[in-house]
Design a protein around this ligand. Sequence first.
Ligand code: XMP
Length: 333
Amino acid sequence: MNGNIRPDSMARITNLSLANEFIDEQVKLVRQQVGDKKVLLALSGGVDSSVVAALLIKAIGKQLVCVHVNHGLMRKGESENVIEVFEKGLNANLIYVDATDRFLDKLAGVDAPESKRKIIGGEFIRVFEEEARKLDDITFLAQGTIYPDILESIKQAEGKKAVKSHHNVGGLPEDLQFQLVEPIKLLFKDEVRVVGEALGLPHAMVYRQPFPGPGLGVRCLGAITRDRLHALREADAILREEFEINGLSTKVWQYFVIIPDIKSVGVKDESRYEGWPAIIRAVNTTDAMSATIEEIPYAILHKITNRITSEVEGINRVLYDLTPKPTGTIEWE
Ligand code: XMP
């Protein structure tokens, strides 16, 4: 347990030189721990797993086997980006699993948010486990655990109640029997980002906004259908593009689109057009426990509305969610 407590003497990593010291030290420790054995890592493309991957590639190269499971609920271009950065850029030993059909088939007709979360989390572990079993010479499992995860599990052990079941990779079956490699487990998020930059990861990956484990699955409300999921992915890509063009991507903590399972009557090309509404959410927060709403200039909201309603098949309205947390949570499910 002691190794899970950050010592008071540990300096906060605030610049590249401190990050490089940390990296050198971890490279040595990982090499000592792992020797010539192989390490498996679930690489989601999120900040934490990406930084662990880059750190371990530096330490042990191809002894690290990364598995990227595309559950079909990623944002536009994200899986492609993981392949681009890690396989092409860092020459990683990367196994890419496109499990889209498997996830969407399992989720068909399921509309309760907690059931969706449980299916996505459970299926994720099963796919990852299947891949792990195909590789018979793996001794270690690397994880992107960071210090707030440890603090959170201490809180949970003390009996505090969670609002929703957050899904991350973890909780793998005991019979897989790996030893853990958790090189960033004593770092806070801002430190992880500095380490990521020192490792040469792209800025957009290191400063990527938080994205829930169940991905677009909890933003395509109710029972997920492929056509509505497609509309959501396209509308979300437009929102992200416009936030970047207009300098909002560095100002707003998290921004995304939600599509509920309802249609309303609209008009397009002088005919009746029944479509879904796209709901925009843009929030600021420091710890995600509470959140405020960003004031987006009307001109930008108009442009996003025009683009989404004209470019995305199936959407005929755009709404802006003005609800802080509480009473809303940041995600809708
Ligand atoms: P809520 O909706 O609870 O979200 O206000 C707070 C923050 O957590 C993110 N979130 C998740 N992150 N796995 C994650 O890793 C999850 O299952 C999950 N659910 C929500 C959410 O995007 C927000 O940043």
